[in-house]
Write a protein that binds this ligand. Sequence first.
Ligand SMILES: Cc1cc2nc3c(=O)[nH]c(=O)nc-3n(C[C@H](O)[C@H](O)[C@H](O)COP(=O)(O)OP(=O)(O)OC[C@H]3O[C@@H](n4cnc5c(N)ncnc54)[C@H](O)[C@@H]3O)c2cc1C
Ligand code: SF4
Length: 693
Amino acid sequence: MLRCRKPLFIPKLTRIRTFRTSAVRKNAIFNPATVERAEDEVDVCIVGGGPAGLSAAIRLKQLEREKGNEIRVVVLEKGSEIGSHIVSGAVIEPRALNELLPDWSSMSDHPLTQPTTSSRMLFLTPKHAVPIPHPPQMGNKGNYVVSLSQFTRWLAGVAENEFGVEVYPGFAGAQLLLSEDADALDPWGNKVRSVQGVVTNEVGLTRKFHMKPSFEPGMAFRAKVTLLAEGAHGSLSKQAIGLYDLRKESQPQTYGIGLKEVWRVDPEKHKPGEVVHTIGWPLDMQTYGGGWVYHMNGGLVSLGLVIGLDYKNPWISPYRELQKMKHHPYFRSLLSSPKAERLSYAARVLNEGGLQSVPKLNFPGGALIGCSAGFVNIAKIKGTHNAMKSGMLAAEAAWDVVHPESESASDMSAYDSALHKSWIHTDLHEVRNLRASFGTRLGMLGGVLYSGIDSLFLKGRVPWTFKHHKPASSSGKESDFPTSSLDASLTQPASSHNPPVYPAFEAPLSTDLLTSVALTGTNHAEDQPVHLRVVRTARYVEEVVDKAKEGKGNVAVGAGLDAVRAEAEVLGCEKEAEAEEVREEVERRQAHVRVNVGEYAGLLGRACPAGVYEYVPDEEGGAKEGWDGKKLVINSQVCAFTLLLPISISFRCSSQNCIHCKLCDVKVPTQDITWTVPEGGGGPKYSEFFLTV
Ligand SMILES: Cc1cc2nc3c(=O)[nH]c(=O)nc-3n(C[C@H](O)[C@H](O)[C@H](O)COP(=O)(O)OP(=O)(O)OC[C@H]3O[C@@H](n4cnc5c(N)ncnc54)[C@H](O)[C@@H]3O)c2cc1C
Ligand code: SF4
């Protein structure tokens, strides 16, 4: 237990409307308990400027017009601009858009300019592409091939210019703003603290949690309703799901990683509006997934591969699988031309769990919308229509709880009920057994067969719903937080598998990882706290939510020894307590390396699609944070993880390259990487390319 001598303060919230107040003690160690924050009061605070968040914002403002009461709606987006963190190149179903903006097609600047023209499916063997009938759900009549990044930018323009929504890019929601005391009931009837808004990230801290001259404290957005619209595996959504046990009655979520490239192809090979899906090669028979090729307008093609993160073989590299896929004669013929050029690369996890994995949607003071909850119809590989519709339904419920005003925490349960009566439920109910069948005893081939029969004939009209099974034994893996990942627990030890054989790169058709990452435009301020925390989420939440309430939380938990030590110092901890904090940090890192290197052959080193993690030999040897001669380095800073074994290995993590895909948080077998937001405005710039074409 920590013993602190200094008096403890609760953070002060200044009720003013400017965005930032400057901290007084620049270059001092950051003390979250004494920092003065600017506070802004809004009716609805939406975290995440994607399709879900923006649709919710627009719908709220439409209700304002219809009903006459004013409402203040703010959208916070961690990307430097709207769309910069949205993975581009999608086929979208316009159903929700038709409901939200019935006149969208008459708006001069709308980006839905490329209707789908044909849709087909190919079964790939190493040498051949065999056409096969695609399930009816994958039909694309009436849909559009778009850049989702561009679509979101357009939607944000509509929200701001037509409806007066306040959209703030560069603002990362870092913490839930909780009430001081338990003042509300959670969906299960327990007395809990309610969500009263969010606090954005501090800007201008060093890696060791010292305040730079440019330091500005994060701002508190106090809201009657907080809508979490962070997309798949959101960092605040994960906390809310854990804090309010929102998965109590649902199945765990399961994810896929989608890796995507946009190419300009030879005009002779470009077929505007063509949609192609592939299954089979290069994935092995134990791994769920498939590829796609979408012909966008402007001579562009979006192509990529989704791989189910329940994959068992820890030797798999999703990035290498994508590069290998392009060596198939079908892709080679499309992309090998002097006129072809790769323009962008991106990756992001997506929800695959479907209806049975949708958690309880409401919590006291707010709700989960879009992929924060998980409404992707994986049979269609589409989630945008459901994300938008969920935002609209949440907006209608939020309007009702904001008007008339009430002192008690906002109850958004009407949204949960409305969603399950809406067409989202019907959309997901029909396909609920398709993805789940692959995880049953039917196995991969049985899953293909079952899905074919279900999608063609049964159409979900069966009395059963398959569960996403957890393995009987998941020893050594976290089970102390409701958001622990099912996918992580399904990973098998490296000794049970062989490394796949990947062909050498053939630039420009296929390239090494860093060449691809350069195409993401990713950038983070160099000297800032490490946002990839080596700590289990339950422990992280304990420090930054529970203990921080009394000014006792070490908010640097998981961010490295120097940072933890600095925080312990500022908390006024006695030497003994400080040493304990540091010892725990060391132990966490040692345990991380021991299991991840010892049992899983350094899975993250291959799985991260941006090459952020590395386990490398520890030349100094015998360092104190490692195991088996290996140590962890974060942002090029060596955090020694060494136990005395034959060779010394370091674990390096250069979080500057992080493209915010969230794979590490989902897949790390030890479940001890907690993805938190870096300074707002950092990360990939996926929209940049589309601004210039
Ligand atoms: C590879 C891939 C291919 C896909 N293809 C298709 C397709 O073809 N058709 C289709 O319909 N769907 C597709 N999807 C799914 C689709 O992208 C999602 O369903 C949809 O984008 C969900 O919208 P959302 O608003 O819930 O989340 P997102 O689109 O993920 O938007 C979330 C936003 O919130 C921001 N954010 C997150 N956390 C914070 C925070 N703490 N503070 C501030 N901002 C934050 C993010 O930066 C992002 O801008 C695909 C997904 C992937 C990954
Ligand atoms: S560090 Fe994690 S979130 Fe960032 S790119 Fe790698 S796997 Fe994705």
